[in-house]
Design a protein around this ligand. Structure first.
Ligand code: B3K
Ligand code: ZN
Length: 876
């Protein structure tokens, strides 16, 4: 029999907690068999609650076993409270009292990686969203904020380092070989920001002097073997601390800041107060083992978690429907930081590519939801690209609508007003309104209407009146639960590019770029004194998270590609031009017509490659054709093979036409220099390796790739060469040699071996599934490590489309088996793996039915966790 659907939680049902918790005192006695946790909560009735006789409800989950409970020191007998499988209910409490409990838990058996669990030799925690209830009985909701004091007791030899939030206030050795450390965090915090770590860890130490002159020790704790991989994270941390002071006026508050790296972690990292816990993949970096992309990821995640200290910790969320209040805001803050540290245009292109590929796809599928959802079944399913990335786009729009200065006034007001509170998205909007004096009523729709709006723009040039008019219409497709949408406030940043390639003057003030604020379903913008028909450069920098529909000709796109003063739109024109070519090729492939290379695109690329004034990073990005994943998002019906064949054809044909230019570029940027992860070098490596990818297709690359693989002194070049060889049908001998050499060289480097798994998982040559299945038995793989699952199984299902979507259904069956194997073991990782199957409605038969069947098979599993039940039931 099918399990009933889990309960849905609604935003409209939010009620303040009947009790507040002023202080939380915890004692952890860590043992191999049992861990004992005693909890002392100073509680009082909440004056804001309308129910002053309510019982106190404390949450639990998993293997929390209650030993006893006391009220004001009096042990309660079993009739004085009730215990359900996940609640301890205490009736008839006085106005204020101290509740004490003791529980036993078994972190060594906890595979969910929520609550207290073990990663290799250490204990660590992850409490957001609802992990704290796996540790002890507690009112586990973000609006309960209290001052924590935490005493940890553990064996001194196995766990010499004992960490929690705040400052260490007491250390002592016990007679029996154990020791204790007590931590006190002076800032009130919600339970999801609690952290504990115990293990044998080594630390890299540094310090930072804050704007008010306080010296803050900084520590990054890792296993000893990884001490040589912390310098980049430390530098990123110091840069983040300085940047947040300079750009947002935010100073660090505690007396110490710590980061701990753990191997087994469900996501990138977690912003626990003063004690951030990181996935090793998001903190460790060293040129020999880490690619440029991973260096940038480390910098961005270190910054993101640090920035949460204000946007999330000092000002917290009232309930989980407000998640984007901290996540969207913090993603925007980290993207501003990464732009300032590196190339703003490159960063914007990467962010928009990610948004279009993943968030637009989510918004167009069955899991489409608002940035502030109305309901959820399992909150962990809502840590999504919509909440994070679209949420960040919304904050970005405040920045562009209000201007940097007023935006800063708004953020200052928000932080000052709500310091120490748990608030809602509405409070953020109000702060922006009050700081700017603007009415943002219509703008609020961005939070409550799901779906990706489409901006349809048509233009007309009147040579006699010398006017250029833009007729703009906005619409937003129906999404689950929302058939009709009201118009959004859409900032459309635009310029007009003349025949000479220069931006035209748009108004009397001499501006060459304006932000047109679209508020109606349909509007007209007339620009006067325009002497010739321009090419409009629309939505510069993607000024709003919308899709643009404008009938550009290939000539116009080539013109923008060569001339647009907005670097982002220059790249976007290259994407639009190649996209239109790919669409035609796809069509030809589908109808078994010969595919023919478009001359305009070749000419545009030739011009691009001859323009020596361009940033190599930009040239690389413009040369990279839209990915198959983006093509899937961009089409109504996903013809996997036609898409794959069209893209392969175009890459090969371009490689043939551009070979000598690409070869010259390759050699130019292959000049030896000492590796540094800086913008300039990264751009050169990116272009060189993009050129290598093309040269592999025309017989010119294999020897180059093999030589590069052998001589590389850094992981960016070595991994690019390995990927090139593995994906090249003519290089199978070299590929096999490179794979085994790589394995030999890096068998002790878990993160590098994950890359090794991923390169093979995404190899698009035939028999992909067999290769993945073989790798499942390799010692570098483990079903209990989320990074390895993401690299091998996730890599295959999300990025090896031609193999995963094999029309015999074998890819779907394989994925279903892995999801079900993870069902109760690690629900969060299992739920993330379902995403590719949720898109079944966009596929033609037989894939459509096979994908649907796979979802059905998951749905039919008895004891399906609610994480999976929610996604599967909403997708079917
Ligand atoms: N706030 C955490 C995410 C927690 C995810 C829980 N499933 C990391 C971050 O966004 O910084
Ligand atoms: Zn975050």
């Amino acid at each position: 029999m099918k399990d009933p659907l889990p309960q849905t939680i609604y935003l409209k049902d939010y009620q303040v907690s009947p009790f507040l918790v002023d202080t939380t005192d915890l004692v952890f006695d860590l043992g191999d068999e049992q861990t004992r946790v005693t909890t002392k909560l100073a509680v009082r009735r909440n004056p804001a609650s309308t129910d002053q006789v309510a019982s106190l409800e404390l949450n639990s989950k998993g293997s929390v076993e209650l030993q006893w409970v006391e009220v004001d020191g009096q042990r309660l007998d079993n009739s004085a409270f009730s215990l359900t499988h996940n609640l301890l209910i205490l009736p008839n409490l006085p106005a204020s009292c101290v509740i004490s409990t003791e529980v036993s838990i078994q972190p060594q058996l906890n595979t969910s990686m929520m609550g207290l669990y073990r990663s290799r030799t250490m204990y660590c925690t992850q409490c957001e969203a609802e992990g704290f209830r796996r540790i002890t009985y507690f009112p586990d909701r973000p609006d309960i904020m209290s001052v924590f004091t935490v005493k940890i007791i553990a064996d001194k030899v196995s766990y010499p380092v004992l960490l929690s939030n705040g400052n260490a206030i007491e250390r002592a050795d016990l007679d029996d070989g154990r020791h204790t450390v007590t931590w006190h965090d002076p800032f009130k915090k919600p339970s999801h920001l609690f952290a504990l770590v115990a293990g044998t860890l080594s630390a890299v130490e540094d310090s930072f002097t804050t704007m008010s002159g306080r010296d803050i020790p900084l520590q990054i704790f890792v296993e000893e073997k990884d001490l040589d991989k912390c310098a980049h994270a430390m530098l990123s941390l110091k840069n983040s601390m300085r940047w947040d002071e300079e750009v947002y006026g935010r100073e660090y508050d505690l007396d110490i800041f710590m980061i701990v790296a753990v191997d087994d972690f469900n996501m990138g990292a977690m912003e626990n107060k003063g004690l951030n816990i990181f996935n090793t993949s998001a903190v460790l970096a060293n040129p020999k083992t880490t690619t440029d992309a991973a260096f940038l990821r480390v910098e961005g995640i270190v910054a993101h978690e640090y920035f949460h200290n204000w946007s999330g910790n000092r000002v917290n969320v009232r309930d989980w429907f407000q998640l984007s209040l901290k996540e969207g805001f913090t993603v925007f803050r980290d993207s501003q930081f990464s732009s300032d540290m590196n190339s703003p245009t490159v960063k914007r292109i990467e962010d928009v590519s990610f948004l279009r590929t993943h968030q637009f796809a989510e918004d167009g599928g069955p899991m489409s939801h608002q940035v502030q959802p109305d309901s959820y079944m399992e909150i962990n399913n809502f840590y999504t690209v919509t909440v994070y990335e679209k949420g960040s786009e919304i904050v970005r729009m405040y920045h562009s609508l209000l201007g940097a200065e007023t935006y800063r006034k708004g953020s200052d007001l928000y932080f000052d007003r709500h310091d120490g509170e748990a608030v809602t998205i509405e409070e953020f909007v109000s702060a922006m309104e009050d700081a700017s004096g603007r009415d943002l009523t219509q703008f609020r729709r961005w939070y409550k209407q799901s779906g990706t709006p489409v901006l349809k723009v048509r233009s007309a040039y009147d040579a006699t009146a010398k006017t250029f008019s833009l007729n703009v219409e906005q619409s937003c497709p129906a999404t689950p639960g929302q058939s009709e949408k009201l118009p959004f406030l859409i900032p459309v940043k635009l310029g007009l590019v003349g025949a000479d390639g220069a931006d035209m003057v748009l108004d009397d003030a001499g501006q060459t770029e304006v932000v047109f604020e679209m508020t109606e379903a349909s509007q007209q913008l007339v620009i006067e004194n325009i002497d010739e028909r321009p090419v409009p450069s629309l939505l510069r920098g993607l000024s709003a998270p919308v899709k643009l529909d404008y009938p550009y000709s290939a000539e116009q796109l080539a013109h923008l590609m060569a001339n647009d003063s907005d670097g982002f739109n220059r790249w976007d024109a290259s994407q639009a031009l190649s996209l239109s070519v790919l669409n035609q090729l796809m069509h030809d492939s589908l109808h078994e017509r010969p595919m023919i290379l478009d001359g305009q695109l070749v000419e545009a690329y030739k011009a691009l490659l001859s323009d020596t004034s361009l940033d190599p990073a930009m040239v690389a990005l413009m040369l990279q054709l839209p990915t198959e994943a983006l093509l899937h998002e961009n089409t109504d019906i996903i013809h996997v093979t036609a898409i794959h064949d069209a893209r392969s054809f175009l890459r090969t044909a371009l490689a043939g036409c551009l070979a000598s230019q690409l070869e010259a570029i390759y050699h130019h940027y292959n000049a030896k220099q000492a590796y540094a992860p800086n913008v300039q070098q990264m751009g050169g490596r990116s272009l060189k390796n993009t050129a290598l990818g093309y040269l592999m297709l025309v017989d010119r690359g294999v020897e180059l790739a093999w030589a590069q693989f052998q001589s590389a002194d850094n992981m960016t070049d070595q991994a690019a060469a390995l990927t090139a060889l593995v994906n090249c049908p003519e290089a199978s001998d070299y590929a096999a040699k490179a794979l085994s050499q790589f394995e030999e060289q890096f068998r002790d480097e878990a993160l590098v071996m994950n890359l090794w798994l991923q390169v093979q998982a995404t190899n698009a040559q035939p028999n992909g599934l067999e290769r993945v299945q073989t790798l499942m038995d390799h010692s570098a793989f483990s079903m209990s490590n989320p990074n390895k699952i993401r690299s091998l199984i996730g890599g295959f299902a999300n990025a090896n489309h031609i193999n995963f979507h094999n029309p015999d259904g074998s890819g779907y069956q394989f994925l279903t088996e892995q999801i079900l194997a993870l069902n109760t073991v690690n629900p969060q990782v299992a739920a993330r793996l379902v995403t590719p199957l949720t898109k079944w409605k966009k596929f033609p038969e037989p894939n459509r039915e096979l994908m649907k069947q796979a979802l059905q098979n998951i749905a039919n599993k008895p004891n399906l966790v609610k994480d999976l039940q929610e996604i599967v039931s909403k997708s079917l």
